[in-house]
Design a protein around this ligand. Sequence first.
Ligand code: ATP
Length: 367
Amino acid sequence: TTASPGAEAPGTVVIDAVTKHYGDATAVDRLSLTIEAGEFISLLGPSGCGKTTTLRMIAGFEEPDAGDIRVSGDSVLGVPPYRRDVNTVFQAYALFPHMSVAENVAYGLQQKRTPKSEIRERVVDALDLAQMRGFADRKPTQLSGGQQQRVALARALVNRPSVLLLDEPLGALDRQLREEMQLELKLLQSRLGITFVFVTHDQGEALSMSDRIAIMRSGRIEQLADADTVYARPASAYVAAFVGQQNFFRGTVVEGGAVDSAHSLVYDMTAELPVGSTGLAAVRPEFVSIDADVAARASDASNTARGTLIGVSHLGETMQYLVQLGDDQSLIVRRPTPDAPQLAIGDAVVCSWRAESVLLFPADDAA
Ligand code: ATP
């Protein structure tokens, strides 16, 4: 996986064949990952896939059972958290309620016996970075959730770590605030040039901020790539299902590339699966068009499916349609709201999509 110890730049994090068990359960399973200095990387996956355990091992709150972790070139095994060149921002901010914002941010430096004048300067800097300078004298109870999260961020940044670890830091915020903070965090990270390792189960959050996303499954990395790649070329049905949304069709692969299902799907021929094996064809809701059944179907679409509209939801920018195709197959369709057709529940509809929009995966129970 990696270069030899000592050869890595400050801010580089190398996870080298790390395993962590809790009793019989394997939380992290021979995981290897090199995070570049200054990179924004997200660990993404469903609950229990090992994201937090991985982060806690980098932080030093847990020790691996096997493998090595290096930060800025040096192994951190056995090094206590406060002596590692990393800081963590948690979802539960754990601010001291009886201390002011400035005192909360200063606390760690005081423990390290940093000179008072330096503390003052660094607290002001950290509060500036978190856009909380005007709140220095408030108590945490006098702050909103978003402001408390900013204080938690300032408290981590005041240590000037090479690596910032963020464990679902925006999880407690409402959606609008979360989206604002995503933009801000990304800006802050690129301005500071420090490494961010961000744990989330929210794919939108990972897609919007990360240079690369590590999609985890059962303590391992299923795919490591940038957002475009993870969206357009997911490595497996598991990734395809977790990032964005997919319609899956299960069927047998036949000669010529089609999956022999009731809906005569055609898939992209670049996918190689043995004839006779079970495949999962996937198409995203946003690649499917929908019309009343009387309308002519789009001429460049090689897949057509007729069905009955059973649901319509307004999602803001898009309209979402749920179409029943057969007894055991439904199809989700999304159209941009300005071009969305006017359809009513119970209408006969025809859905169509292009062969290039279809991905084919080996059958996978996780999808
Ligand atoms: P979540 O998003 O729910 O936090 P996660 O992907 O971060 O999930 P982990 O918290 O790393 O997952 O947990 C991975 C596995 O290890 C899970 O099966 C979990 O139950 C188990 N686990 C984690 N911490 C402990 C612990 N302290 N004791 C026992 N089992 C644990």
